[in-house]
Write a new protein. Structure first.
Length: 560
C-alpha cells in the first residue's frame, strides 16, 4: 500500500529533503527526531541513491563495509552483519532497505518524484518546491541530499542514436538481468566504474574491447569474505571504532604518515609501498608519506611503483604501457580499487583501444569507428562518469533571494559557506556538496557530520524563534578563498578531472572539494554551532521584521 504523504500547498511540511539515498534517509530520521514534518522526494522508484542506480556488474564499495556504514545507531552496528570485506552493490542496497525498515523511514519518502523547481519567498521565509508529478509543497527548510555523483555524464559521442545494438550507462543500469554471454561488447571509460565492471563483463562476453582515453591507477582490493571471528571482534569495539572514525581526517581510521617519501631510501620506500599494496586499502599508498599529494617528485615514486605492478601483471608489454598512467600524478584523479582489472587484459578475447592515438570518430549503426577503423559490436557500455558535486544541485531551478537562480550565482563555480549554505539561498542546506570534504572522505562519516550539523542548526533556529538562516557574503567569500588556498597547496587543481570540473564541457574549472580534512572541517562547523552561527544572518518571522535581529529573537516554535 502506498502510505507516502501527499504534501500540497494546503498541507505544508517543515522540511523537504531531495533524494532518498544514504544522506536523505538519515536526514529524514534526524529531522523526525526534532518533530519536523518532513517529506523526501526521490526520483527513483525505490530508495538507495547511488546504490540504487549504480547496479552495473561488479559494482562494489571501495571502502571496507565495516567502515562504509552508518554509525548513528549502536544497535544497528550490532544487528547488521556484512558478508565481505568490500560489500557488493546488492548487499549495500539490502543494508539501506534494512535501515529504512528498522527506522520506519519509507512512509515519508515519495518515490518516482523529481524536484523540478524550488523558489524562495522572502516575505514568508518559505520555499515552494515543485515536482514533475505536479505537486507543489511549501516548506521552511530544503535539504539537498541529491548526491555528489548522481547526474551521469553524457559521453557526447556522435552517432550514439544510430547504434542498433544495446547501450548501457554504468550509472543507469537496468534493473532486469543483462546478459553479455556470447556478445561482442565495448566499454568506454576506465575510471572506477569501468575498472570494476570490465573484469566481470569479460567473464561473460565473447569479445570485450575497452576504449581507454586516460588510464587509471587501480589498486588491488584483496576482497574476501569476512570471518565470523573478525566480525565479532569489531562488534565488541564498534563504539570506539566509530568515535575514531568521526575524529579522523577522512572518515577511516589510520595512523597519519610522518615522513617525506623523498627523505626515505628507495629500498625502504619500496617495502612500504609493497605493504600498502598488499593492504588492499584504497588510500593505503596515499597514507605512506606526507608529501604524496603535494610534491611531484614524491608522487612520482608511488606512481612508478604502480606502473611496475602493471608491468608485472600484464603480459603484453605494449598493453602494459598503454595501461600505465603517465599524464597525471597518482591520486589527483581518484584512484580505483580493483578485482582482477589488469589481469583481465591477459585474456585472449579482451582488447584495449587507446583513444589518445586512435580517437573515436563516431558511433555507427554496427559499432564504434575510431580513426583506425570500425569495431563491430553487440553492446556498448558507457562508463563515462558524472557531472560531479554541482550537477545534482544545478539540475533543477533553484530561485533564491531577489529572483537570482543558483545557476546564475554559480556561473563561475560553486560558492557557499562551509559547503552547506549559499548566500542568498536561505534555509537551503546541502549534504556532500561542493566545497565540503565529501568526495575526499569516507562518505557515510561525512554525510552524518553534515546531517547532524544541519539538524542542530534547525533545532537552534526553532529554539530561538528564528525562521531564516543565510550565510553572510563575507563568510562565504572567506570560505571559498580558504578552500581554494588549501587546494592550491596540493597537486589536485592542475589536473583535468571530475574533481576540477574538467570532465564536463563548459563547466567552470576549479577544485571542488575541501582538502583540509574532515577533522578540521568538523571543527570549523562545530565552532559555528558553539558560537551561535556568527557567520550567518539569522532572522525572525517576517511579521516581526521590525525586531529582526540575530540576538534578540523571541523564544517561539517555528509554525508555518
Ligand atoms: P570517471 O572517473 O569520471 O571515469 C570516466 C571515464 O570515462 C574516464 O576514463 C574518462 O576518460 C572516460 N570518458 C568520459 N567521457 C568519454 C568520452 N566521451 N570518450 C571516451 N572516454 C570518455 O567516472 P566513474 O568511473 O563513473 O567514477 C566516478 C567516481 O564515482 C569515482 O571516481 C568514484 O568517486 C565514484 N565511484 C566509486 C565506486 C566505488 O567503488 N565506491 C565505484 C565507481 C565509481 P578521461 O579520464 O580521459 O576523461
Amino acid at each position: 500500500m502506498d502510505t507516502a504523504p501527499t504534501p500540497s500547498a494546503a498541507h505544508p511540511v517543515d522540511a523537504v529533503v531531495v533524494g532518498a539515498g544514504l544522506s536523505g534517509l538519515y536526514q529524514l530520521h534526524r529531522l523526525r527526531g526534532l518533530g519536523l514534518r518532513t517529506v523526501v522526494f526521490e526520483a527513483g522508484d525505490d530508495i538507495g541513491g547511488t546504490w540504487y542506480w549504480n547496479r552495473y556488474p561488479g559494482a562494489r564499495c571501495d571502502v571496507e563495509s565495516t567502515s562504509y556504514s552508518y554509525s548513528f545507531s549502536p544497535e544497528l552496528d550490532q544487528d547488521w552483519v556484512w558478508s565481505e570485506r568490500y560489500a557488493s552493490q546488492p548487499e549495500i542496497l539490502r543494508y539501506v532497505h534494512h535501515v529504512a525498515d528498522r527506522f520506519d523511514l519509507r512512509r515519508d519518502v515519495v518515490l518516482n518524484t523529481r524536484v523540478t523547481r524550488a523558489a524562495y519567498d522572502e516575505d514568508r521565509h518559505l520555499w515552494s518546491v515543485s515536482t514533475d508529478t505536479g505537486r507543489t509543497v511549501t516548506t521552511r527548510f530544503v535539504i539537498l541530499a541529491s548526491g555528489c555523483m548522481s547526474v551521469p555524464k553524457d559521453p557526447g559521442i556522435p552517432g550514439a542514436d544510430s547504434f542498433t545494438g544495446s547501450t548501457y550507462h554504468t550509472a543507469r543500469w537496468p534493473h532486469e538481468d543483462v546478459s553479455f554471454t556470447g556478445k561482442k561488447v565495448a566499454v568506454i571509460g576506465t575510471g572506477c566504474s569501468g575498472v570494476q565492471t570490465i573484469p566481470v563483463i569479460a567473464e561473460q562476453a565473447a569479445a570485450l574491447t575497452v576504449f581507454q582515453r586516460t588510464p587509471a591507477y587501480a589498486l588491488p582490493a584483496h576482497n574476501r569474505p569476512l570471518r565470523s571471528t573478525e566480525v565479532a571482534e569489531l562488534k565488541a569495539r564498534y563504539p570506539e571504532f566509530r568515535q575514531a572514525q568521526r575524529l579522523s581526517r577522512g572518515g577511516t581510521v589510520f595512523e597519519p604518515p610522518t615522513r617525506s617519501a623523498l627523505e626515505t631510501g628507495e629500498a625502504e620506500r619500496t617495502a612500504t609501498y609493497e605493504t600498502a599494496w598488499a593492504s588492499g586499502l584504497l588510500s593505503g599508498l596515499l597514507r605512506t608519506y606526507t608529501d604524496i599529494l603535494t610534491d611531484e617528485k614524491a608522487n612520482e615514486t608511488v606512481a612508478e611503483f604502480v606502473r611496475s605492478k602493471i608491468r608485472s601483471t600484464v603480459t603484453d608489454p605494449a598493453t602494459a604501457e598503454l595501461l600505465s598512467p603517465r599524464t597525471y600524478p597518482f591520486a589527483t584523479k581518484r584512484p580505483c580499487l580493483d578485482t582482477g582489472y589488469y589481469a583481465t587484459y591477459n585474456l585472449p578475447h579482451v582488447k584495449l583501444v587507446d583513444l589518445r592515438t586512435t580517437p573515436i570518430e563516431t558511433i555507427t549503426r554496427r559499432g564504434i569507428r575510431t580513426s583506425d577503423g570500425e569495431h563491430i559490436l553487440d553492446a556498448i557500455v558507457f562508463a563515462t562518469g558524472f557531472d560531479a558535486l554541482t550537477g545534482s544541485q544545478l539540475a533543477f531551478d533553484i530561485v533564491g533571494k531577489n529572483g537570482v537562480t543558483l545557476r546564475e550565482k554559480w556561473v563561475d563555480g560553486p560558492r557557499s559557506h562551509l559547503g552547506l549554505v549559499s548566500a542568498g539561498f536561505p534555509n537551503l542546506f546541502t549534504v556532500l556538496g561542493p566545497l565540503s570534504p565529501s568526495v575526499l572522505t569516507n562518505i557515510p562519516v561525512s554525510l552524518e557530520q553534515q546531517v547532524e550539523w544541519i539538524t542542530d542548526c534547525i533545532a537552534y533556529l526553532r529554539g530561538h524563534g528564528f525562521t531564516e538562516i543565510d550565510a553572510t557574503p563575507a563568510a562565504e567569500a572567506d570560505w571559498c578563498a580558504h578552500v581554494a588556498e588549501l587546494a592550491a597547496r596540493t597537486l589536485y587543481p592542475a589536473v583535468a578531472s571530475w574533481y576540477t570540473g574538467a570532465n564536463i564541457a563548459g563547466k567552470p574549472r576549479g577544485f571542488l572539494a575541501y582538502t583540509g580534512g574532515l577533522d578540521r572541517y568538523r571543527e570549523k562547523c562545530d565552532a559555528e554551532t558553539r558560537n551561535g552561527y556568527t557567520s550567518f544572518t539569522l532572522s525572525t518571522p517576517p511579521s516581526s521584521k521590525a525586531v529582526s535581529t540575530r540576538r534578540s529573537a523571541p523564544q517561539s516554535s517555528l509554525g508555518l
